[in-house]
Ligand binder design. Structure first.
Ligand SMILES: Nc1nc2c(ncn2[C@@H]2O[C@H](COP(=O)(O)OP(=O)(O)OP(=O)(O)O)[C@@H](O)[C@H]2O)c(=O)[nH]1
Length: 434
C-alpha cells in the first residue's frame, strides 16, 4: 500500500453523474473527499465538481472536461488527480495517460486511509485483502490494453499476457494466504475477547463520521500526559491510550476509523474489521459534527453500521453498550444555534454538547462517561488469603475499597475486603480469579 506520498499536491474532482444516487449532495461529497485526502497528508491544490451527463466508457469524463482537468492540473501544479467516484481500470489508465499524472479513484483513496488506520490484526489483513483485490482488477487493464494494441480478440499467449498472468497468480496466492491468516486471527479472536473480559481497565470507544472531530477529542483527552499504560499499546496500536477518570481511576480510550458515505462495497468488510474494537467497549462515545448540515444523515449511517455490528437495534433503539453522543464543534455555531442545541441536550443523559477544539463541555462529557462506567456499582465482600496479593492489589486498583481488614478464623492469615465494583469489573475480577 502507500501508493500516494504525503505532501503530494492533488486536484480533487467530484464527478456528478446524472441519475446516480448518493447519500450526500455533490458539494458535501466534494468537501468530504477533500477531508479524506487531507487525512492522509495530501495537499488539496484545488477541488471541483464536474457534471457528467453521460459516462464515457474510456475516460468517464467528456474530452473537453478532461482537457479542463489537465489545464487545472498545470495551473495548480497538481501531481495527482483524485477522482471522487469509481473509475474502471481502463478509465484510470486512459486518464493517467492523457493527464500524464497519477490518478486515484475513491476506492483507492479510502484504501490508503484504511491502510494507515487499521489497528487490529484482522483490520490490517482485511485491508490488505481489499487492496490486493483492487490491484488484481487493475491488472486487467493492461491485459485489455495489450490485446487492443495487437488488434486481437482474446487471442492468448503473448509475452505480455504471460507476465500479467504471473502477476495475477502471485496476487491470488497472496490472497489465499491472507485468507488463511484471517481465519486464524478470527479463531483466536474469541479467545482474546475472553481475556479482554479480564482486561485491567474499561474501554471507551470513539466512533463517528469522518471529520467529526474524533482525533481532536482523543488528543485532548489523552494528550496531556503519557501514562505508563500507554507503553503497553504504543507499539501495538497508536489509537489506544489510557486516561484517568475518578470513578474507575483508569480507562482505555480507543479511536476508530471514521465513517465514510457511499463506502465502496469491496471495502465494507475491511471497514467493519477496523471497527472490531468497538464491540468490546464498555461505553461508546459517538462524536458528531453539529456544524455539518448533513449531521442527521451522518448519525443515521453511523447507527446503521453499529446496528449491523449488533450494537444498536434501529435508530434510537436499545444499545447493548451505552452510547453517549458528543455534539461537537459547538464553537462553529452562531449563538442561537448553540442555544438550540443546549436546550435539546438538556436533561438528556445521552447527549453532551462540546467543542473538542476549545475544550468546552469536555469535562461534562468525561463526567457522563465516568458515571456510565460506574453505573450499577455494588459493594461486594471478598475474603482472600493473604497470599493472594495480586488479587488484593487488583481490587485496590480497580474498585473503591471501603474496608480492608484482617479476617477472623481460617487457617492462615486472611483479609476481608468490602469493595464497590461495577458489574463489568466484578466480571473481570471473577475471570481473573479463574
Ligand atoms: N472549530 C472546530 N473544529 C474542530 C473541532 N473538532 C475538530 N475540529 C476540526 O475538524 C477537522 C476534523 O477533525 P478530526 O479530529 O481529524 O476528525 P476525525 O473524526 O478524527 O476524522 P477522521 O480521522 O477522518 O475520522 C479538523 O480540521 C479539526 O481541527 C471543534 O470542536 N471545533
Amino acid at each position: 500500500m502507500g501508493e500516494v506520498s504525503r505532501g503530494a499536491r492533488a486536484l480533487v474532482v467530484c464527478p456528478d453523474i446524472r441519475g446516480q444516487k448518493h447519500d450526500l449532495d455533490p458539494g458535501a461529497r466534494l468537501e468530504e473527499a477533500c477531508g479524506l485526502a487531507l487525512a492522509i497528508g495530501i495537499v488539496v491544490a484545488d477541488a471541483t465538481i464536474v457534471p457528467v451527463r453521460q459516462v464515457r466508457p474510456g475516460t468517464l469524463f467528456g474530452a473537453g472536461q478532461v482537457e479542463n482537468i489537465a489545464i487545472a492540473c498545470e495551473q495548480h501544479e497538481a501531481e495527482l488527480v483524485v477522482v471522487d467516484g469509481a473509475l474502471s481500470p481502463i478509465q484510470q489508465r486512459n486518464l493517467e495517460e492523457t493527464l500524464r499524472r497519477k490518478v486515484i479513484d475513491r476506492t483507492g483513496l479510502i484504501l490508503e486511509i484504511f491502510g494507515e488506520r487499521a489497528a487490529t490484526a484482522e483490520g490490517r489483513l482485511q485491508v490488505e485483502l481489499a487492496h490486493l483485490d483492487y490491484q488484481q482488477s487493475r491488472l486487467v487493464r493492461s491485459w485489455t490494453h495489450l490485446e487492443r494494441q495487437r488488434g486481437g480478440f482474446g487471442f492468448l499467449g503473448g509475452p505480455g499476457e504471460t507476465q500479467i498472468e504471473a502477476d495475477r497468480r502471485m496476487i491470488r496466492q497472496r490472497m489465499a494466504r491472507l485468507r488463511k491468516e484471517l481465519e486464524q486471527v478470527r479463531k483466536t479472536r474469541a479467545l482474546h475477547r475472553e481475556r479482554r473480559g479480564g482486561a485491567p481497565w474499561p474501554v471507551i470507544a470513539l466512533v463517528g463520521y469522518t471529520n467529526a472531530g474524533k482525533s481532536t477529542l482523543f488528543n485532548r483527552l489523552t494528550g496531556e500526559s503519557v501514562m505508563a499504560e500507554d507503553l503497553l499499546f504504543a507499539t501495538l496500536d497508536p489509537t489506544m491510550r489510557a486516561i484517568r477518570l475518578p470513578g474507575v481511576e483508569k480507562a482505555i480510550m480507543s479511536d476508530t476509523v471514521g465513517f465514510i458515505s457511499d463506502l465502496p462495497t469491496q471495502l465494507v468488510a475491511a471497514f467493519r474489521a477496523t471497527l472490531e474494537e468497538v464491540t468490546g467497549a464498555d461505553v461508546i462515545v459517538h462524536v458528531r459534527d453539529m456544524a455539518n448540515p448533513a449531521a442527521a444523515a451522518q448519525k443515521a449511517q453511523v447507527l446503521a453500521v453499529l446496528g449491523e455490528l449488533g450494537l444498536v437495534e434501529g435508530e434510537g433503539g436499545e444499545s447493548t453498550i451505552p452510547i453517549v453522543e458528543a455534539w461537537n464543534k459547538l464553537d462553529l455555531l452562531a449563538e442561537p444555534d448553540r442555544e438550540r442545541l443546549r436546550e435539546a441536550a438538556e436533561g438528556k443523559d445521552t447527549i453532551v454538547p462540546i467543542s473538542a477544539m476549545t475544550g468546552e463541555g469536555v469535562d461534562a462529557l468525561l463526567a457522563r462517561v465516568d458515571r456510565l462506567l460506574t453505573a450499577g456499582a455494588k459493594v461486594h465482600e471478598f475474603v482472600l488469603d493473604a497470599g493472594e496479593g495480586q488479587k488484593i492489589a487488583w481490587l485496590h486498583a480497580h474498585g473503591q475499597v471501603l474496608e480492608d481488614v484482617e479476617a477472623e478464623g481460617g487457617e492462615g492469615p486472611r483479609r476481608r475486603l468490602l469493595v464497590r465494583l461495577t458489574p463489568k469489573e466484578f466480571g473481570r475480577f471473577e475471570s481473573l480469579a479463574d
